[in-house]
Design a protein around this ligand. Structure first.
Ligand code: BGC
Length: 349
């Protein structure tokens, strides 16, 4: 009798152990990406999925079609579906407070991915690139190319920044202006359109078509009479693409044009001489660091953190890891993007 009871108990234990192993709720991670329309987020999503799965996690990867309500809905499903950690690249940094309060209540940890999630204490860590440095590199490139330290100028420049609801957009712009503003102030750089503040030069949703229509109007109003446009500081590749499209109606010497992300269309434009540089943010490295954070949360251990001062989300300074952004142009893209295996050579043809 005792033996039978023992056997039954053992069996019950084995069954419960088996179900525990089979059930993934212990190690499920939700990855919420903003959109599939911009190339980089597809790469971010698949890198995250691949690297988390390699470490044995089950991954629920969702793209929100740049729609805040969809993203909130997907995050709610991740929470109710048993995810223990959420990795979120937000569409609007300010719109996730309510859903993340639910996450916090259930003990679900949140990593803000690439973009800081604002005004909530439910964020655990932030993994991103050094966003200020991205802008600084763009500004320095224009400074070098126009020789602003020694040349008197004046040179004509126009500015285009990212989406006002993305915290990064403000930081990129601040970084670029930390170099360029002095030259606007001393008259070496002239912004003929008069559009100089972040609010005036922002691009809702980072959309190429919004960038293009603003620049078409701006070129028609200021540069249609043969006035030379020397440089355009564009914060990223989707806006730079809009500028390049709009420049079809401009007949002067092609301006210096900055960007960020090394999207395929923009690398092609660099090769064709229609964009001067971009910033390479290796999303494989970002995924690696974020995966280490997930691991630290779920298995214990030290998360990679290298910044505890700069990223205040309105509630607290979020412990962050900043990856290094790298300068890319037509001279180094081969080594940086092709030889490193980021792209295949034929993707850039
Ligand atoms: C990212 C950029 C990207 C932009 C538009 C920003 O938050 O940091 O890499 O170009 O969003 O998607």
């Amino acid at each position: 009798m005792k033996k039978a009871l023992c056997l039954l108990l053992c069996l019950a234990m084995v069954v419960s152990m088996l179900t525990a192993c089979g059930s993934s709720s212990g190690n499920k991670v939700g990855v919420s990406m903003p959109t599939k329309t911009l190339q980089r987020w597809n790469q971010d999503g698949s890198n995250m999925k691949e690297q988390l799965e390699k470490k044995g996690y089950e991954v629920d990867l969702q793209y929100a079609d740049d729609d805040v309500a969809t993203q909130v809905n997907q995050i709610e499903n991740m929470i109710s579906g048993g995810c223990k950690v959420l990795v979120i690249a937000s569409i609007e940094g300010d719109s996730l407070g309510t859903v993340l309060a639910q996450a916090k209540e259930k003990g679900v940890k949140v990593i803000a991915y690439d973009r800081l999630i604002m005004n909530t204490d439910a964020v655990t860590y932030y993994a991103t690139f050094d966003n200020f440095m991205v802008g600084v590199k763009q500004g320095q490139y224009i400074e070098d190319q126009l020789g602003l330290k020694s040349n008197a100028g004046p040179f004509n420049i126009e500015l285009i920044a990212g989406s006002p609801d993305d915290n990064n957009a403000h930081i990129f712009f601040e970084g670029a202006m930390s170099i360029l503003q002095q030259y606007i102030d001393n008259g070496k750089l002239v912004v003929k359109s008069g559009q100089k503040t972040f609010e005036q030069v922002a691009t809702q949703g980072w959309k190429t078509e919004n960038a293009q229509s603003r620049f078409e109007a701006l070129i028609a109003a200021n540069y249609a009479d043969g006035t030379q446009l020397d440089a355009v500081m564009a914060s990223n590749d989707s806006t730079a693409l809009g500028v390049a499209n709009a420049l079809a109606s401009y007949t002067g010497k092609y301006p210096i044009l900055t960007g960020q992300d090394c999207d395929i269309a923009n690398v092609k434009n660099m090769i064709a001489g229609k964009q001067s540089m971009s910033i390479f943010k290796d999303t494989r490295t970002l995924a690696e660091k974020t995966t280490e954070m997930v691991d630290a949360i779920l298995k214990g251990g030290e998360p990679p953190i290298n910044n505890t001062t700069d990223y205040d989300n309105g509630k607290f300074v979020v412990p962050s890891y900043l990856c290094d952004p790298v300068f890319a142009d037509v001279n180094n893209y081969q080594k940086l993007l092709v030889e490193s295996g980021y792209y295949k050579a034929e993707q850039l043809q």
